[in-house]
Design a protein. Sequence first.
Length: 367
Amino acid sequence: MSSTTLNRTPFYQSHLDSNGKIVDFSGWELPIHYGSQIQEHEAVRTDAGMFDVSHMVVTDVSGENAKAWLQYLLANDVDKLKFVGKALYSPMLNEQAGVIDDLIVYLSNEAETEYRIVSNAATRDKDLAQFTKTAAPFGINIKERPELAMLAVQGPKAIEKLLQAKPQWAEQVTALKPFVGVDLGGDWFVAKTGYTGEDGVEVILPAAEAVQFFQDLQAAGVHPCGLGSRDTLRMEAGMNLYGHDMGEEINPLQAGMGWTVAWSDDRDFIGKAALLQAKETGVPEKQVGLVMETRGVLREGMQVTVPGVGTGVITSGTFSPTLKLSIAIARVPKATVDAAQVDIRGTMTDVRVIKLPFVRNGQKQFD
């Protein structure tokens, strides 16, 4: 890909037809909003919205040793995938225990020889390089699926409206539990996953059927939503964004991702030795949420001062449309308790320190 040519997803025409304002996102032409980021955010918190996530990378992997390879590649353990369609969230680490990417892996067959990986667009090249490099000794077949599109349908009424558009899916989709997907045939795959802290699904589908699907969902009353609301929704939900809240210099323990590491086994995985060492020495930082009840906006990169303890940094910050105040995800000294300060235009301003998330299923999660 040259620096001048941007990729377009199969929904590109749908975005233009819906007055989407197109921006460059990791080399993809995607809508930042369709008129009002706030309305799109509220649609997902109270009704149903949809996001084009076709820039995400879908990779199907197969081979007799596929399970063993994934157990070596990922910090979380695919042995937890006890039935076809079950999903697992995991970081993929480097030898220093930094996060190369965070991804979702699905079990695709009962024999545990086929899996599907969904990973981030911005990290595509290094992810595929890591897959290829590590898979060679295991004899794994790696097949990227660029011919597939992906659409997230999210919100309290997402499933209801999805089934207005696709009534024939009712039985299978209604039965889905969180973090489970179902293959509906013809390259249609629906999983109960998302990045908003609301109910909903992510649908993988053939690119050729994307525009019609988008129209059918619009007709059912699902609001098109852009990258802007996707970011405020995931931030309220306390979900990490790769390259901001975590990255190759940050280990999972510093990024609130300790829960994604499967420690309790004899399994060796890439980065395990470095991560165990970090755990034993004690990680000096932790991830927290910040809430500012005065005017101003908390922004990524701002320094967080914890009087008598030390300093940290905001890794993601925004104005929360649901809470009507400024929120941030930050990495701060481990001894931080419930208060800190941030320099807002030259004034040290008090912020509350809370345990993430800020919002789940439309409801405030802290007192």
